[in-house]
Design a protein around this ligand. Structure first.
Ligand code: NI
Length: 254
């Protein structure tokens, strides 16, 4: 299969320290045409940009993940603004809310999420949203600001997906769709128009079945495409073609 676009990866993660160069050098031969490498804090955002400058098919997103809001420098938005001027930076992300991780700093999470949405709007960039057990607040903030972007590793219901679609945003699905106990992601895939779907790894995490538990990487995306194809009754390559086109449109990649 080819035309594989991974809309959410973390290749700066230490899980790739031993063989990063070798692996990234081989991805194009595996049919990968594009990767969005996401930052999670200021350091990984910088590293993400450096990586995207090294590989033509890798693009970067800069942002502060909700788990990283503690101890942010006051001028973090200025730092992100400067980083985002890089030609290969195509999004602000990953940003959002994570109430599974922590419930005692919800206000700080919301503030940092909203400040980064405003930055994305100022720069006319899409956002990449992380929402874990914070569906209601995430949706309310998105409704308030109406940014362009994608809800990555979408874990909400089909009902919530409808609200996301009304906002014109995309939904990202990955390995969780293939898990044996997957119910909500399957229902979301059933109702979602293919034109609003992005495929992703979130690597090194979330490897799809039959690779579940292993270190994930972009060459496993076809397993997710096969599951979508089964649900939509079309060919896996068609799923890859459409989702690759979607990603290029959202991230403004020529
Ligand atoms: Ni991620």
């Amino acid at each position: 299969m080819n035309n594989i676009f991974d809309s959410h990866a973390h290749y700066t993660d230490k899980a790739f320290n031993d063989d990063r160069t070798e692996m990234l050098g081989s991805l194009k031969e595996s049919g990968i045409c594009g990767v969005i490498n996401c930052g999670a804090d200021l350091d990984s955002s910088k590293a993400s940009i450096a990586l995207s400058e090294e590989y033509d098919y890798i693009y970067s997103a800069c942002g502060v993940h909700p788990e990283e809001v503690d101890g942010l420098p006051e001028n973090y938005i200025e730092i992100l603004r400067e980083l985002s001027k890089n030609k290969k930076c195509v999004a602000i992300g990953e940003i959002g809310l994570d109430y599974y991780w922590r419930q005692d700093n919800k206000e700080a999470q919301k503030r940092v999420f909203e400040e980064q949405i405003l930055l994305a709007k100022e720069l006319n960039l899409p956002i990449i949203v992380h929402d874990r057990e914070a569906h209601e607040d995430t949706l309310n903030i998105l409704k308030k600001h109406k940014p362009k972007g994608v809800l990555h590793c979408f874990s909400g219901s089909a009902e919530m997906a409808k609200e996301v679609l009304k906002l014109g945003m995309y939904i990202g699905l990955g390995g969780a769709l293939t898990f044996k106990n997957a119910r909500k992601p399957v229902e979301v895939a059933e109702m979602l128009p293919l034109e609003k779907l992005l495929l992703e790894t979130d690597c090194p995490y979330m490897a799809p079945v039959p690779m579940r538990g292993k270190r994930n990487y972009s060459a496993y995306i076809p397993y997710v495409a096969e599951k979508v194809a089964e649900i939509k009754c079309i060919a896996p390559q068609e799923v890859l073609d459409i989702t690759s086109k979607n990603a290029k449109e959202l991230f403004n990649i020529k």
